[in-house]
Design a protein around this ligand. Structure first.
Ligand code: A3P
Ligand code: MG
Ligand code: MG
Length: 393
């Protein structure tokens, strides 16, 4: 059965401290003019070390390496060094933004001037969730939002209960999660490739330590909104030239055995697509695996070609609809989120809550809500004080 394509609804009720934006309904289909999305441009890359130190270098960058045949993804599971789950704080991204500012200052530009026309700052994972919401049928999400100097800051709201859940994943799910990281190890090398073997004799690339991450901060533009987005990049092909052109995203997925699996996979491609698209990652390599973690085949995808591949297929989706929704969501935030009653006061925190098939509600948090979000010192709202002081300077 071909699923009906959702379409964007006009309904939005606006009040002072709460508002809602209806879910794109399936009531009808309209073709609207294409929403432009600018090719992401890399501004800065940084690394997290094994001790989770943020360093402005590429020490955590990895090169793509051909994985061995029939790689066993369970390998090294008991040696997995697992980064504890965190709240969705923007701190790492904000440090990168401050670094970009101080680099500009050295070149004679005021350090915060470039942020003036930036509409949104967030992690790539948050932007992906927003854009794929029209097709999300199961998982809800919540964001904390602040408006500072005309820029919206979006972090995922991870409640204490959810954090506890994420840190206590049942063993069966935990190993499935490990398969993804293990695949990354088989597919990457610390050393640049040589002609024969993309880096090394195919094999294990080293035990998994999820503290270690290589991240890229990119700027892009959705419709009229400039966006600064940060996200992890799995590896590069051949060499890194400062652009996103050599970035590679690695994914695992269950081997496809029939039309139903195929439709399921094509649905999953929506997330793969936007995750990579948002950071300008041009290539996705999928390792298809058995349920018990043996890689059976590899398939490479050109990110920009994915929408054409799924068009008119059973699991199909339309990326334009997502961009349209995303643009509408941003406008909705712009129209409703306010910074604080007066300049000097503690900024407001707003909460956007998405419910699948229903839509988004937005409310300003009261004191108890704020207390739940901010339980550390040296923050104004959920942003670190040093960042606010610096960006006001
Ligand atoms: P897979 O995507 O191959 O399953 P990413 O693909 O974004 O680089 O993430 C690397 C791996 O982290 C994933 O590999 C998966 O194992 C794990 N992971 C990422 N996000 C996850 C989530 N929301 N839930 C469970 N595991 C996740
Ligand atoms: Mg990754
Ligand atoms: Mg990946």
């Amino acid at each position: 059965i071909l699923p009906k394509r959702p379409h964007l609804d006009n309904a939005s009720n606006i009040t002072r401290t709460d508002a809602s934006l209806a879910y794109p309904s399936t009531a009808g289909i309209t073709r609207s003019p294409a929403i432009p999305f600018q090719k992401p441009q890399s501004l800065l890359t940084f690394s997290y070390s094994p001790s989770r130190l943020l360093e402005f270098n590429d020490s955590a960058m990895r090169y793509y390496a051909e994985p061995p045949r029939r790689a066993d993804l369970r390998h090294g599971y008991d040696r997995w060094i697992r980064r504890p789950e965190e709240k969705g704080r923007l701190d790492g991204l904000l440090r990168a933004i401050a670094k970009i500012g101080s680099d500009k200052e050295k070149e004679g530009e005021p350090s915060t001037a470039w942020l003036k026309d930036v509409g949104i700052v967030s992690w790539r994972g948050v932007m992906t969730k927003i854009l794929i919401a029209p097709y999300e049928e199961r998982d809800s999400w919540e964001l904390n939002i602040m408006l500072l100097d005309g820029t919206l800051y979006l972090e995922e709201h991870v409640s204490d209960a959810k954090l506890h859940e994420k840190n206590n994943i049942p063993p069966k799910q935990r190993i499935q999660m490990y398969y993804g990281y293990s695949f990354e190890s088989y597919c990457t090398s610390e050393r640049p490739p040589n002609r024969e073997h993309y880096g090394r004799i195919p094999g294990w690339g080293g035990d998994v330590d999820t503290n270690v991450q290589w991240c890229c901060v990119a700027k892009t533009k959705l419709a009229d909104t400039r966006i600064i987005i940060g996200g992890e990049v799995d590896c590069v092909r051949e060499r890194f030239d400062g652009t996103t052109d050599s970035f590679v995203e690695l994914k695992t997925s269950l081997t496809i055995h029939g039309p139903r699996d195929e439709a399921r996979f094509e649905k999953k491609l929506l997330k793969f697509y936007f995750q990579s698209f948002l950071l300008g990652v041009p290539e996705i390599i999928v390792g298809f695996r058995t349920p018990s973690g043996e890689v059976s085949t590899l398939q490479g995808f050109k990110t920009l070609q994915i929408p054409r591949m799924v068009r008119d297929k059973p699991g199909s989706w339309d990326p334009q609809l997502c961009l349209e929704w995303g643009s509408r969501f941003i406008t909705f935030l712009r129209e409703n989120v306010s910074p604080s009653p007066t300049g000097g006061d503690t900024p407001y925190i707003w909460r956007a809550s998405f419910t699948p098939k229903t839509g988004v509600t937005l409310k300003r948090l009261d004191q108890s809500g704020v207390d739940e979000v901010v339980n550390e010192e040296d923050r104004l709202g959920f942003l670190p004080s040093w960042y606010i002081n610096e960006s006001m300077a």
